[in-house]
Design a protein around this ligand. Sequence first.
Ligand code: MN
Length: 246
Amino acid sequence: MKNMKKPVIGISGSLIIDSSGSFAGYKRSYVNNDYILSVIKNGGIPFIIPFNENEEVVKAQIEMVDGLLLSGGQDVAPKNYGEEPTPKLGDIFPERDDFEYGLLKAALEAKKPVLGICRGAQIINTYFNGSLYQDLSYIGTEVLKHNQENSPSMVTHSVMIDKTSKLFDILGEENIRVNSFHHQAVKKVGDGLTVSAKAPDGVIEAIEKTDYPFLVAVQWHPEMLHLTVEMMNKLFIRFIKEAANE
Ligand SMILES: [Mn+2]
């Protein structure tokens, strides 16, 4: 009989600074609750991996999980892909970049499945020596609205998925609609990574590593769609199955 224990999914955490009350200015460790709900809904046991700067702790954190979900958030610091900051760069949190590169390194060494979401995709791309557009306007051609003002649970722009990709194998559709909350995107694709989906304007919306058991990353937020777009759960189901070693 197969191991029936549900896999533990570690979700990389961030810090948020309390803006008011007795603890104004205090740092809190967190992830958005939709990540937790998506993992539970699709058969995993979620754990927040709290941000920290201790290499040994980061390694040990990965030993305790069966799969790594790199979550969304700030822009990646341009120094991490060999660029100086340009005017349209958003908020950065370079210590969190280092934390997540550490998590990713340890997960890769242990061959654990990795799912990247939004910033997570950008962390993966830059880890493998890829680069980013610091803002989509720097692409130089007209782009779609990738920072939607509609609810995160609504889909807006379309995405074309490469039929040869793992992402297509998972979702089973070539043309889907996604939500979009990013102002950056992959510029140079990281070494050993392939592009698995693009928006009609050419913006890269998903990457994966084909010579690795499971490393898939998307630029949109499937976790925010887990209640409204049933198909998005397939991504979590597959990731969690891989983590269960099924
Ligand atoms: Mn987009």
